[in-house]
Design a protein around this ligand. Structure first.
Ligand code: ATP
Ligand code: MG
Length: 361
């Protein structure tokens, strides 16, 4: 098969993605997006817009989901994702994902899903209580299908996703053992070689696996928790939000804890290591270094990172920008379906559901 805009390459694949529940924030950058940008040349990358999953919590807001889908693609392009190199996957236009979700739902137990610690935490922190939809826990199974539809080797994600990736690995092993006769003692790296349809993908946790949110930093930075600094925020908003970080320290001469939430941000975003060491030393000794000063230097560093992203994003904020994005999404959908349909066909064949090969045009 020759490589072209609609054909997959022979490079190993990567899949990851974001849910359009709002714009991208700094947690996405350090947890996953930074890595995606870096890996685009070496891998055949698929970046998924989990718009179906956005309905699990926002089923009453279809217009918001649609716009957030477009905004996330703008954020991706602004961050440096190149749609000529990488494939953008719109979940709702790749039917193989929904079909594979059913198959994996049979291979995972009810307890695998309901006992997933990230799911339990989300039910708490998002205030979903007992009133959540049936579809909410189902998204974890759907995510196995999102990933496995592309048979990737790596999934670059933040720390909160580790239990989801574990579920996905479990589903892949079970499928391969059950339907492809892969012996159960096979090492994870050898599943495909042993005849499995699915590789056992590995999570690649980002440089900062869990960036805290602004405020008291108890929760991770999250689109849904109103504690995020967005990649598209103005320089002024960045400073304002950084100022919201609370450390409890009173004066610049009080010895401070250089591992507190403010310094987690310093570690993540001030790139000059010697300067970081100096700030930590002075902070720990109470050597006339106020939180306010650290926050200002931090905001400057973040704004230096975000400035080129703002400039690239501005190109898509001009009239007609949304249409350009929609064309990029449509192009990605075509490429994504080539791979996902092939996966579905292989999976169905292994499951004795080989009643013909359908064509998605
Ligand atoms: P939501 O609140 O709707 O769940 P989110 O902010 O958690 O949104 P997701 O779309 O669920 O964002 O996550 C997309 C990717 O970004 C995942 O790989 C996730 O692990 C990573 N990520 C999200 N928040 C953080 C964070 N604070 N630190 C590190 N990585 C993060
Ligand atoms: Mg999340």
């Amino acid at each position: 098969m020759t490589s072209g805009p609609n054909t997959p390459t022979s490079k190993p694949r990567i899949l990851t993605g974001d849910t359009p529940t709002g714009r991208l924030h700094l947690g996405h950058w350090v947890g996953s997006v930074e890595r995606r940008v870096a890996l685009q040349d070496k891998y055949d990358c698929y970046f998924l817009l989990a718009n179906m999953h956005a309905f699990t919590t926002r089923f009453d807001k279809p217009a918001d989901i649609r716009q957030d889908t477009i905004e996330i693609v703008k954020d991706w392009l602004a961050a440096g994702i190149d749609p000529k190199k990488s494939t953008i996957v719109l979940q709702t236009e790749v039917p193989a994902i929904a079909e594979l979700t059913w198959f994996f739902a049979m291979l995972l137990s009810f307890n695998d899903v309901m006992g997933n610690p990230t799911l339990i935490h989300e039910l708490e922190t998002k205030g979903l209580g007992d009133s959540h939809s049936f579809g909410f826990p189902m998204y974890t199974v759907g995510q196995c299908a999102d990933i496995l539809a592309f048979r990737p080797v790596y999934v670059p994600v933040g720390e909160d996703q580790a239990p989801h990736i574990e579920m996905c690995r479990k589903a892949a092993r079970k499928f391969d053992q059950l339907y492809c006769n892969v012996p159960n003692r096979t090492e994870d790296k050898d599943y495909v070689q042993a005849g499995g349809v699915f590789p056992i993908p590995e999570a690649l946790i980002g440089r900062v696996g869990r960036l805290p949110g602004v405020g008291d930093g108890k929760q991770k930075m999250s689109k849904s928790l109103n504690n995020a600094i967005f990649l598209s925020d103005t320089a002024k908003d960045v400073q304002k939000k950084i100022n919201k970080i609370t450390t409890g320290r009173q004066t610049p001469t009080e010895p401070g804890d250089p591992t507190n939430i403010l310094f987690q941000f310093v570690d993540a975003f001030i790139t000059n290591e010697a300067r970081v060491a100096e700030l930590k030393d002075r902070y720990a000794r109470g050597d006339n270094l106020g939180d306010g000063h650290v926050k200002q230097e931090l905001a400057e560093a973040i704004n230096t990172l975000l400035e080129p992203m703002r400039a690239r994003r501005a190109e898509y904020e001009k009239p007609g920008g949304d249409d350009v994005i929609i064309d990029i999404i449509k192009d990605g959908v075509k490429r994504a379906n080539v791979v996902a349909e092939e996966t579905l066909y292989l999976a169905k064949t292994a499951m004795k559901l080989d009643f013909g090969k359908r064509l998605l045009s």
